[in-house]
Design a protein around this ligand. Structure first.
Ligand SMILES: Nc1nc2c(ncn2[C@@H]2O[C@H](COP(=O)(O)OP(=O)(O)OP(=O)(O)O)[C@@H](O)[C@H]2O)c(=O)[nH]1
Ligand SMILES: [Mg+2]
Length: 316
């Protein structure tokens, strides 16, 4: 991405001419873990600004993804999946999601069509439909590529019954890019009339450092099983850039001593693989050579330690 450098270019020029009926606002992407919120945001923004894995609880903080065209600017807020969990990290993640909902102009509530409607999903939908939040709601029924047309109709009816006052119900596939335009059309209609807030080439609010940490964490999530990913975080310890490229040093935090050898793997193979894949992703994103050095640090129960969560930007 050539203009990743301009990520922090900042605000729109207030003196630039803009159409009178221009629309701009924030759109919160909400739902249970793993429904495809980050995939949808990346698809709309056209770049991988949020990491995606097949595991739940991938997104841990609020991430902006900005889509700008000549008619509107949509500031998407990707949020952690709403779930129950007993760690401080889990509680913070859920708090982030609800705070984003309160602040947004439009709520996009997503569900996963590849799974049957479960109690947690219907409770979540009814919670947003209870009238406490006044913003318009759009229901996205994602992963339509995994469902037959015949099975879709009763599911749509069920969502309509749970939230009859929503502005629209849109089956789509974030991964395949099917019907995403229909969603954008609905969002444009619901946004307030306002000039753009961000410069047109601004994709996200994350720094290169934050993106680097997330890209490493994505590979850890993909490589590791069971509880290990959920007890892992990534901290950038050094970040440098010159005409030859970027040089990044990152520590992978694990919550227990016994996770360390599992992450490193036999002869360091697993760590090497994580590093190679993360480096490749970062080179594509930043469009320059990246030198990435990783090591593992044991930090017992970091996910229940408010001070450490704050250091990691995970204090909610
Ligand atoms: N088949 C199919 N899979 C999808 C689609 N959208 C997302 N996925 C997959 O669903 C999984 C979860 O996607 P994410 O975008 O990480 O989901 P999320 O809602 O952000 O998850 P959390 O961050 O954990 O809350 C990944 O394996 C995606 O590739 C889709 O339209 N069709
Ligand atoms: Mg996500």
């Amino acid at each position: 991405m050539d203009n990743i450098e301009s990520l922090n270019a900042g605000w729109a020029d207030p003196d630039a001419p803009v159409a009178e009926d221009y629309r701009c606002g924030t759109v919160a992407l909400l739902g249970r873990p793993n429904v495809g919120k980050s995939t949808l945001m990346n698809r709309i923004v056209g770049a991988k600004v949020a990491i995606v894995t097949p595991k739940p609880q991938t997104t841990r903080h609020r991430i902006l993804g900005i889509h700008t065209d000549e008619h509107s600017q949509m500031v998407f807020v990707d949020t952690p999946g709403i779930h129950k969990g007993d760690k401080q990290l889990n509680r913070n993640m859920v708090r982030v999601a609800y705070a984003a909902a309160e602040e947004a102009d439009v709520l996009v509530i997503m569900q996963d069509l590849s799974k049957p409607m479960d109690h947690a999903t219907s409770t979540l939908i009814k919670g947003f439909a209870d009238g406490r939040l006044k913003q318009p709601r759009l229901h996205v029924l994602n992963k339509v590529d995994q469902m037959t047309h015949a099975a879709l109709l009763p599911r749509l009816a069920e969502v309509q019954r749970l939230d009859p006052d929503a502005a629209a119900y849109i089956p789509l596939s974030a991964r395949k890019g099917v019907q995403v335009d229909a969603l954008l059309k609905e969002i444009t209609r619901l946004l307030p009339e306002a000039p753009p807030v961000y410069a047109a080439d601004w994709f996200t609010d994350q720094s290169q450092r934050q993106l680097a940490a997330e890209y490493v964490r994505e590979q850890v999530f993909l490589a590791m099983q069971q509880e290990i990913p959920f007890q892992t975080a990534v901290e950038i310890e050094a970040f440098g850039e010159d005409e030859t490229g970027m040089s990044i040093e990152a520590a992978i935090l694990v919550g227990s001593e016994r996770h360390k050898p599992m992450l490193i793997g036999k002869g360091g193979e697993r760590m090497k693989d994580i590093g190679t894949k993360a480096r490749k992703g970062l080179q594509d994103l930043f469009d320059c050579p990246v030198d990435l050095r990783l090591w593992v640090r044991v930090q017992p129960d970091w996910f229940d330690n408010p001070g450490r969560l704050q250091d990691l930007g995970l204090d909610g």
